[in-house]
Design a protein around this ligand. Structure first.
Ligand SMILES: Cc1ncc(COP(=O)(O)O)c(C=O)c1O
Length: 396
C-alpha cells in the first residue's frame, strides 16, 4: 500500500499519552489536566442565540461570514488592539473559521507555493509547538523547520540569526502568543521585527493568538498591535478563537484576520475545500465577541487557580506564572517519567512536554526542548484543581 505523506509525522500527542498511561490504573480518582479544554460554564447568551437562530440550520451558510459576524469581529479587534478605524474592513480583512485548528492548518496550505525561489518551501515552527503546524507544513509539501524556543530566550525562537537562504525559501512562519505550552508573550518589538523580516523575505506570518484573552492583569499585545503601529497588515494573518476565550471548544468557532490579499486567497481556497460555519453558530459567535463579562469571569477563575498553583508549588519545578494562557510548564527533569508517576500514584493526568516538541535528529529525546517538562492545563474547577495540585506536590 502507498501511504500518504502523513507517515512522516510522529503519532499525535494524545494517542502517545494514551499509550503511556492507559495500561496502568490511576492511583486516585482521575483528574484530567492533559488537554486544553476549558471546563468553565458556557455563556448562557450563546445557548440562547443558538436556540433562537435554529432555523438557520436549514440553509447553506456563507463561507465568507455573515455581515453581522464580520462586524462583531472587526469591532472587537479594533477595541482590543487599539486599531485605527480604517485598518480593518469587515468585508476584506476577516474570514470566520470552524475553530482555529482547521484555520491554521488550511491557511498554511493556502499560502505555501509548490516552489519558492525554485526551492522546496520551508515552514518555520517554534519548538515545542501546537502539533497542527507540523501536519500543515508536511501536507503543504514544505519542509517543517523547527526553531528552538529555549527558556534563555524567553521561550521564543530567534528569527534574527536565521540564514538568509532559509528565509528566502520560507513560505510562512507559525508563532503562538501567548504560547502553548509556555505562556510566553511576544512583545510589540518582537512582532515588528518579524513582520519586517516577512516583508523583506516575502513570507507570511501566521499568528496563533487563541490564548490572547487568558491573562492575569495586562492584556498581551498581539501581532495586530505591531501592524496597527506600522499602519499595515501586509504579510500577516492573526487567528483568534472562542474555544478558550468563551469556554466554547465544542462550538468550533474562530476567525482569521489580516492582509486582504491573503484573506481573498484563503476564501478562494475555502470555496473549494472549506466547510462554512453554520448560520446559528455565526450568530452565536457574533454575540460572544460582543460580550466581555463572561471573559472577565473566566480570567478571575484562572487567576484564582494560578494563585493556588503559586501557593502549593512555590518555587519548585521552575514554577513561574505565565504571561498568558492557562498552562503550567513545569521542569520535572523527565516529563514522561513524571507523567507516568503522577498517573500511577496520584491519578493526575498531565502531558509530557516531549510530546509537544520535536526530538533532535542526533540527540533524540535528550535534544527535545520539551523533554524535561510537563504541561498542566488549569482547566478544571477550582476545587479539583486544588486537589490535583496538592497531589502533584506530594507525588513529585
Ligand atoms: C496553540 C493552539 N492553537 C490553536 C488551537 C485550536 O483551537 P480551536 O480549534 O479550538 O480554535 C489550540 C487548541 O488547543 C491551541 O492550543
Amino acid at each position: 500500500m502507498v501511504l500518504g505523506r502523513f507517515e512522516e509525522l510522529p503519532p499525535y500527542a494524545f494517542p502517545r499519552l494514551r499509550a503511556l498511561l492507559d495500561g496502568t490504573p490511576p492511583g486516585a480518582d482521575p483528574i484530567n489536566m492533559s488537554i486544553g479544554e476549558p471546563q468553565h460554564p458556557i455563556p448562557q447568551l450563546v445557548l440562547d442565540v443558538l436556540r433562537a437562530e435554529e432555523q438557520g440550520y436549514g440553509k447553506y451558510p456563507p463561507m465568507g461570514g455573515t455581515p453581522d459576524l464580520l462586524d462583531a469581529i472587526t469591532s472587537w479587534l479594533a477595541a482590543r488592539y487599539g486599531l485605527a478605524d480604517d485598518l480593518l474592513d469587515p468585508a476584506r480583512h476577516v474570514v470566520p473559521l470552524n475553530g482555529t485548528r482547521e484555520g491554521l492548518f488550511n491557511a498554511c496550505l493556502s499560502v505555501t507555493p509548490y516552489r519558492k525561489n525554485r526551492l522546496q518551501p520551508a515552514v518555520l515552527i517554534p519548538n515545542p509547538f501546537y502539533q497542527c503546524y507540523a501536519g500543515a507544513a508536511v501536507t503543504a509539501g514544505a519542509e517543517p523547520v523547527f526553531l528552538p524556543a529555549p527558556q534563555e530566550n524567553n521561550f521564543l525562537p530567534d528569527f534574527d540569526t536565521l540564514p538568509v537562504d532559509l528565509l528566502n525559501r520560507t513560505a510562512c512562519v507559525f508563532l503562538c502568543s501567548p504560547a502553548n505550552p509556555q505562556g510566553t508573550v511576544a512583545d510589540v518589538d518582537y512582532w515588528t521585527r518579524l513582520l519586517s523580516l516577512a516583508e523583506k523575505h516575502n513570507f507570511v506570518v501566521l499568528a496563533d493568538e487563541c490564548y490572547a484573552e487568558i491573562y492575569t492583569d495586562t492584556p498581551p499585545p498581539g501581532a495586530l498591535s505591531a501592524a496597527g503601529a506600522i499602519g499595515s497588515v501586509s504579510n500577516l494573518l492573526v487567528f483568534h478563537s472562542l474555544s478558550k476565550r468563551s469556554n466554547l471548544p465544542g462550538l468550533r468557532s474562530g476567525f482569521a484576520a489580516g492582509d486582504p490579499e491573503l484573506i481573498a486567497a484563503f476564501k478562494h481556497f475555502r470555496n473549494y475545500g472549506g466547510a462554512a460555519s453554520p448560520l446559528p453558530v455565526q450568530a452565536a459567535a457574533a454575540a460572544a465577541w460582543r460580550e466581555e463579562s463572561h471573559v472577565e469571569e473566566n480570567r478571575r477563575l484562572y487567576r484564582e487557580k494560578f494563585d493556588l498553583a503559586q501557593n502549593i508549588l512555590g518555587n519548585r519545578f521552575g514554577f513561574y506564572r505565565p504571561a498568558g494562557g492557562f498552562y503550567l510548564w513545569l521542569d520535572v527533569g523527565d516529563g514522561e517519567a513524571a507523567a507516568a508517576k503522577l498517573w500511577r500514584q496520584a491519578g493526575v493526568r498531565v502531558l509530557p512536554g516531549r510530546y509537544l516538541g520535536r526530538d533532535d535528529p542526533e540527540l533524540g529525546a535528550a535534544g527535545n526542548p520539551g523533554h524535561a517538562f510537563i504541561r498542566v492545563a488549569l482547566v478544571n474547577d477550582v476545587a479539583s484543581t486544588a486537589t490535583a495540585l496538592e497531589r502533584m506536590s506530594q507525588c513529585l
